[in-house]
Design a protein around this ligand. Sequence first.
Ligand SMILES: Cc1cc2nc3c(=O)[nH]c(=O)nc-3n(C[C@H](O)[C@H](O)[C@H](O)COP(=O)(O)OP(=O)(O)OC[C@H]3O[C@@H](n4cnc5c(N)ncnc54)[C@H](O)[C@@H]3O)c2cc1C
Length: 411
Amino acid sequence: MTQSSFDIAVIGAGHGGVELVAALRQHGYQGSIVLISDEADVPYQRPPLSKDYIKRAANTPALVLKPENFYADNAIDLRLGVKAEAIDRQNRSVSLSDGDSISYGHLVLATGARNRKPPVPGLDHPEILQLRTLADANRIVHALPKTKHIAVIGGGFIGLEAASLLRAMGIDVDVVEMAPRLMQRAISEAASAWFLDHHRGKGSNVHLSTSVSSVQHGTGGAKVQLSDGNALEADAILLAAGVEPNTDLAAACGLEIANGIAVNEHLLTSDPAISAIGDCASYPSRHLGGMARLEAVQNAVDHARCVAERFTGQAKPYDALPWFWSIQGAARLQIAGLSRPGLTEVIRKGADESRFSVFLYDGSELVAVESVNSPADHMAARKLIGSGIALTPAQAGSPQFDLKALISAHR
Ligand SMILES: Cc1cc2nc3c(=O)[nH]c(=O)nc-3n(C[C@H](O)[C@H](O)[C@H](O)COP(=O)(O)OP(=O)(O)OC[C@H]3O[C@@H](n4cnc5c(N)ncnc54)[C@H](O)[C@@H]3O)c2cc1C
């Protein structure tokens, strides 16, 4: 008989959900665990989907987060292709799309995010490509052999990662970005400008401060009408216009929502029997000085570990330093800390034009560092910001100043 009552139920088997169940067992948690995923595939990593996977350099087995037998071997009831449809907080139960219902001692929402679809005529057409799931990536892989020209809608991380891969495969690429600069929400002006040159230098057409007004689909492709009056004829369109958190389930059962499922410093929602982690959770961040909702593997994994530690007797407030990465052709971008508008940008040059870091200051406080092809700067930045080691803008801007020695002096 299928078990229906669990000490911990986790909804969503992405980076957060899988890390949580693994960390619970790693810390010796003995209770019963169910992990519910509405995707049919064995839980997998998303970052390679916009990197090696679409150029066929990674295969599906290489993507899995844990080998398939991991779940049974660790007494984790993994239910694939099953959607959690409603939460009954009073009875601590969740009804599932397969007709089953489970009850929980504690519920963790790790429901992630879904692609945002701007309300533009023609963008909801079935031919439009997206990139969130393995199924999405497989659709792109199948479309590529007949693609000569692609319009990428959105100049954020995922759109640009895909654009650089597709361009390197000889496909004509147009990137259409509404904002006046690339990755505006996430990176400094200096880094944005460098990436604009980088993509244009590789032959992508980048349209800034331009939105898509409509898409008309024909037999051999589509016509993308732009806000500046121009139009693009493309045989494929990739929509990469950002994501929105999956909060519907939480909202429907009355949990507090504030740009994500609102949680406290212990990642507990407004119901103490329910936690939320990863892309779907909005949490109080010391590093931002307010509520943050991040879309990054580090965030999902560190949230998961924090919750697992709470269940295994080591509860502490969540305080991890955020960090991110993105690979766009030969450019590897790594970010430590959280950027925000109005910061002072200090450039630290590397050995050549393709290597540098931008140190971002709020007054005299270093709050974030963006490194391009400079992994040593990134590792140093994580230690400097994470440990609150003072680095003056003059020191940051001097490539001769030894960051490693400064860190060692504070050990
Ligand atoms: C193409 C791509 C490239 C990326 N590259 C990077 C990168 O280079 N670096 C980086 O740091 N981050 C990257 N990210 C972001 C990173 O993958 C996410 O931040 C991370 O996956 C978040 O993990 P999560 O567990 O919170 O959510 P997700 O991984 O989104 O998992 C949530 C899961 O919950 C499921 N779910 C939702 N609702 C229900 C329900 N009601 N019932 C059952 N299941 C449900 C969803 O279908 C999904 O499987 C990338 C993302 C994408 C899509």
